[in-house]
Design a protein around this ligand. Structure first.
Ligand SMILES: [Zn+2]
Length: 269
């Protein structure tokens, strides 16, 4: 079982009630903000649970960390944790960090182990609605999606909100394929439009997103030229749950038609 640390929020100007309602699962230190910062801004007090937040005991050198400007994994994780704290502070979110190691540092934990860790958090925070990554492209993200899939099949999770991971969602057909896969497994994903938490589309939430994304300076540096026009595009969410065959098929058809690139409006500078 992974250990964890929790960090509180310090001094920001957000004034909404801070009752947390959502538990957002972030594979890496940045995915929740890159993909869901407007949601975090709309619901200050949301908890972000980062899965791969551990630091290798023996320092390692990887191409990604080098591109991000770090000499080794110890310096990288120190820097990334600092950036993440700054970003979550801007959003008014709280952090739970599990100490599983990022896939660049070695073999991933198996899905059952991750499911157990995630299940523990859900039991400890039963009043929060879970928000999980769809599981697009990156092996670490796919493994996290396998873990929440296990919780569904075990009926420990009956419904949740799913988000399309920024950057990874640009892989053509990836989101539609994942939604089809979930449909084939008997789960029904309903796309959530602008009427769901409309304040996440307001000027304040979008400003929070702009500022919080910039906190991940090392990761933006590593993306280099590839960054992230996609981060400026609207966040994508679905509500997922078990469904009747008929409703699952309807959702499947709808998702196949709209999952990739249906929305192009940008909202950050
Ligand atoms: Zn990631």
């Amino acid at each position: 079982m992974a250990s964890e640390s929790r960090e509180g929020r310090k001094g920001q100007a957000l004034t909404r009630p801070r009752t947390p309602r959502y538990l957002v699962v972030s594979p890496h230190l940045d995915d929740a903000v890159f993909s869901c910062a407007s949601l975090l801004a709309a619901r200050p007090g949301t908890i972000v649970c980062t899965i791969f937040a551990g630091t290798p005991k023996i320092p390692q050198r990887t191409g990604w960390d080098d591109a991000a400007g770090f000499v080794d994994s110890t310096q990288a994780m120190q820097g990334r944790l600092r950036e993440d704290k700054l970003a979550l502070d801007v959003c008014g979110a709280h952090a739970i960090r599990l100490d599983f190691l990022d896939g660049q540092y070695g073999p991933l934990p198996d899905a059952d182990t991750l499911a157990a860790a995630l299940g523990d958090e859900l039991e400890r925070l039963p009043d929060l609605e879970l928000v999980v990554p769809l599981g697009l492209r990156h092996p670490d993200h796919v493994r996290v999606a396998e873990a929440w899939g296990i919780l569904f099949r075990a009926r420990r999770l009956k419904s949740c909100v799913v988000y399309g991971e920024a950057i990874h969602r640009t892989a053509r057909g990836a989101a539609a394929a994942r939604l089809a896969e979930l449909g084939a497994a008997g789960l029904c994903a309903h796309s959530l439009d602008e009427t769901w938490l409309p304040e996440r589309l307001g000027a304040r939430a979008l400003d929070v997103k702009r500022r919080s994304v910039r906190a991940y300076a090392s990761q933006l540096r590593a993306f280099g030229e590839r960054l992230p026009a996609d981060i400026a595009k609207p966040e994508r969410y679905w509500r997922l749950g078990w469904a009747s065959t008929a409703s699952a098929l309807r959702a499947l058809r709808r998702n196949c038609a709209t999952a990739d690139g249906a929305r192009t409006r940008t909202h950050t500078a």
